[in-house]
Design a binder for this molecule. Structure first.
Ligand code: PLP
Length: 560
C-alpha cells in the first residue's frame, strides 16, 4: 500500500509527524511537500495528492492544512477522489465504511498529536462496507460529478450556445427516441471525440503521414484498425471516412468508372440516397438500376434481382438499406453477383452493431467491400468505415485519401477505437440480442386497428408500420408522436400511394432505448402509448397525458 501525503505551511509539522507514523507501520509514503513551513498554497499540494490517487500512482492520500476545509474542497474537484475531512476516529471510520473515502483530510489547528494518531489508526483499520445503500449513493455522487463536467467550459465561454446544448441534453434525456438510425454513444466515446486529437492534422496513414507530430494519431488509428479487423474478421479496414456517404463514395470510386452500372435497392423500397438516388452523386455519376421488394411478401425479390443482374450486367451490386426490417441473405446476393460477374458491396450501416454482436449474419465473408456508419446500432461517433479484401486495400485507401478526403478527423478516429472496444466486449452481444428482442416486442404491438407491419414483422432493430388503414400520413403520425415525447420518423412504405414528404408509414427502431436499459416489458408499454397517440386524432389532452407517462418512463432509464 502506498499513501501520497501533502500539506501547506500550516499543516507542515503535522505532516512530518504523520509521515513518521505511517512509515513506522511499514506503509510506503510519497511526500509531495511542502518541504518547509514557509507560506505555501494548499491547492498545489491537494492537486499533487489527488492526481496520484486518481490515476492509481497512490492507493490513498492524506492532506493537511489549518482547518482541512480548503484541502477538502480542492481535492474533491478531481474525478475519482473522495476526500473526507475527519476530526475524530469515528469520522474516519465512517468515511471509510460509508463513503469509501480515499483521501483523509486533517485540520492541523484542530488536532493534538494524540488525536492525529487515533484518527489515522481508525482510517487504516476500516474499509468500505460495500453495503448496497452505500454503493448506490456513491454511484450517484459519481454520476452527479459527470453531469457537472458536461459543458463546464461553455458556462463561461459561450452561455448562449450552452443553453442550446443543455436543451438538447434534456430533449435526449426526456424523450423516447425510436429513430432507427440513432443511438446514445457512451461517455468514453464522447470523451475520445472531444479529446486533444481534435487539434491534429494527420493526412495519410499510420507511419506514412504528410504531417509531423503524428505519433499518437498513428497509435490511435492503429488501435481502431486492429479492433475493426478483429471485431468483423475483415482482412483490411479503413477508419478514415467522415461518414457513411463518404465510405460509399470511396468504394464506388475504387470499384467503378463514371457511367458504370450499379444494381442497388431503390430508395422507395428502403434503400439509401447514396445507393443511386438521382439527386445524389451516386445517381448522377453512375447508371443505377433499382431493385426492390416483392409486392406480396414485402421481402427483397431475389428472383427479380437475379433477372435484373442478368439483363443489365452491373459492375457492382449494392446490398443494404435504411428501412428494411428483414434479415439480408448475403450468400444469396453473392450467388447473384457471381452469376452476373459483378462485385458485391454491402452497406451495413444500420445493422453493423447487430453484426458485431452476432444478432445478424456477417457480410464480411461474402462481400468484396463492406461499408458502414459507426453511429447507429454500432453506438459509436457519427462517422463511417470501410472493410474489404486485402486485394482492394490500396485502392480503397487511395480513394479515401487523397481521393475524396483530406485530413482524417483524428478525434473521431479515436472515438471509433473506443466504440470498437466496447463492441468487442461480451456485454455488446447481450446488447445486440436485446435490441432485436425489443424490436420484435415493439413491432408485435403494431398490428390491428388500422396498423400493419410491412413484411409482417422484423428480424433486426427496426419495424416499418403502415398507417394506411388508419387514414393518417406518416408525417402527421410522427408530428403527433413528437408532441407526446415519442420521436420516430415518417417513412415511405413499399409501393406507397403517398409521396415521400408525407409517406404512409413510420419507422421505429430500438437501438437507443435498449442502450437506456429498456427491455420487453417497457416495449409493450411504449407500443401501447404509440397506439394511443395514433388513435388520438391529435387530441391535446391525450398527447399531454402520454407525454407525462413518457417522462415517468424515461426518468427510470438514464441516458449514458
Ligand atoms: N448507408 C445507409 C444504409 C444509411 O442508412 C445511411 C444513413 O442513414 C448512410 C449510408 C449514410 O450515412 P451518413 O449520414 O453518415 O452519410
Amino acid at each position: 500500500m502506498k499513501i501520497a501525503i501533502g500539506a501547506d505551511h500550516a499543516g507542515y509539522a503535522t505532516k512530518q509527524a504523520v509521515v513518521e507514523l505511517l512509515s513506522r507501520r511499514g506503509i510506503a509514503v510519497e511526500d509531495v511537500g511542502a518541504h518547509s513551513a514557509a507560506a505555501a498554497d494548499y491547492p498545489d499540494y491537494a492537486r499533487e495528492v489527488a492526481r496520484r490517487v486518481a490515476d492509481g500512482r497512490a492507493d490513498e492520500g492524506v492532506l493537511i492544512c489549518s482547518t482541512g476545509i480548503g484541502m477538502s474542497i480542492a481535492a474533491n474537484r478531481f474525478g475519482g477522489v473522495r476526500a473526507a475531512l475527519c476530526a475524530t476516529p469515528d469520522d474516519a471510520a465512517r468515511a471509510r465504511t460509508h463513503n469509501n473515502a480515499n483521501v483523509l483530510v486533517l485540520g492541523a489547528a484542530r488536532l493534538t498529536a494524540g488525536h492525529v494518531e487515533a484518527v489515522i489508526r481508525a482510517w487504516l483499520e476500516n474499509a468500505f462496507s460495500a453495503e448496497e445503500r452505500h454503493a448506490r449513493r456513491l454511484a450517484k455522487i459519481e454520476s452527479n460529478a459527470e453531469d457537472q463536467d458536461e459543458l463546464r467550459a461553455l458556462r463561461r465561454a459561450d452561455p448562449e450556445l450552452r443553453e442550446i446544448l443543455c436543451g438538447e441534453i434534456a430533449r435526449q434525456r426526456d424523450a423516447l427516441n425510436l429513430i432507427a438510425s440513432e443511438n446514445y454513444a457512451s461517455r468514453a466515446v464522447r470523451e475520445a471525440q472531444g479529446s486533444a486529437l481534435i487539434n491534429k492534422y494527420a493526412e495519410g496513414y499510420p507511419g506514412r503521414r504528410w504531417y509531423h507530430g503524428c505519433e499518437f494519431a498513428d497509435a490511435a488509428e492503429q488501435l481502431a484498425l486492429t479492433r475493426a479487423r478483429a471485431l468483423f474478421g475483415a482482412e483490411h479496414a479503413n477508419v478514415q471516412p467522415h461518414c457513411g456517404s463518404a465510405a460509399n463514395m470511396a468504394v464506388y470510386f475504387a470499384a467503378l468508372s463514371p457511367g458504370d452500372t450499379i444494381l442497388a435497392m431503390s430508395l422507395a423500397h428502403g434503400g439509401h440516397l447514396t445507393h443511386g438516388h438521382k439527386l445524389n452523386f451516386s445517381g448522377r455519376l453512375f447508371n443505377v438500376i433499382g431493385y426492390g421488394v416483392d409486392r406480396a411478401t414485402e421481402r427483397i425479390d431475389m428472383r427479380a434481382l437475379a433477372a435484373l443482374a442478368r439483363e443489365h450486367k452491373p459492375r457492382l451490386i449494392v446490398v443494404g438499406a435504411s428501412a428494411y426490417p428483414r434479415a439480408l441473405d448475403f450468400a444469396a446476393f453473392r450467388a447473384v453477383a457471381d452469376e452476373a460477374g459483378a462485385m458485391l458491396m454491402v452497406d451495413m450501416a444500420h445493422i453493423a452493431g447487430l453484426v458485431a454482436g452476432g444478432s445478424h449474419a456477417s457480410p464480411v465473408p461474402y462481400a468484396d467491400f463492406v461499408t458502414t456508419t459507426t453511429h447507429k446500432t454500432l453506438r459509436g461517433p457519427r462517422s463511417g468505415m470501410i472493410l474489404c479484401r486485402d486485394r482492394f486495400a490500396d485502392d480503397i485507401d487511395r480513394q479515401v485519401f487523397p481521393g475524396i478526403q483530406g485530413g482524417p478527423e483524428m478525434h473521431t478516429v479515436a472515438a471509433k477505437a473506443a466504440c470498437l472496444r466496447e463492441a468487442l466486449q461480451p456485454s455488446f452481444r447481450a446488447y445486440a440480442a436485446q435490441v432485436t428482442a425489443n424490436a420484435r416486442a415493439l413491432a408485435g404491438t403494431m398490428r390491428g386497428d388500422g396498423l400493419r407491419l410491412v413484411s409482417g414483422g422484423t428480424d433486426n432493430h427496426l419495424a416499418l408500420v403502415d398507417l394506411t388503414g388508419l387514414g393518417i400520413s406518416g408525417a402527421d403520425a410522427a408530428a403527433m408522436l413528437e408532441r407526446a415525447g415519442i420521436i420516430v420518423n415518417k417513412n415511405a412504405i413499399p409501393f406507397d400511394a403517398r409521396g415521400p414528404l408525407t409517406a404512409s408509414g413510420i419507422r421505429i427502431g430500438t437501438a437507443a432505448v435498449t442502450t437506456r436499459g429498456m427491455k420487453e416489458p417497457e416495449m409493450l408499454r411504449v407500443g401501447a402509448l404509440i397506439r394511443e397517440v395514433l388513435h388520438s386524432a391529435g387530441d391535446g389532452k391525450i398527447l399531454d397525458r402520454v407525454r407525462g407517462v413518457v417522462a415517468e418512463l424515461t426518468a427510470r432509464f438514464p441516458v449514458p
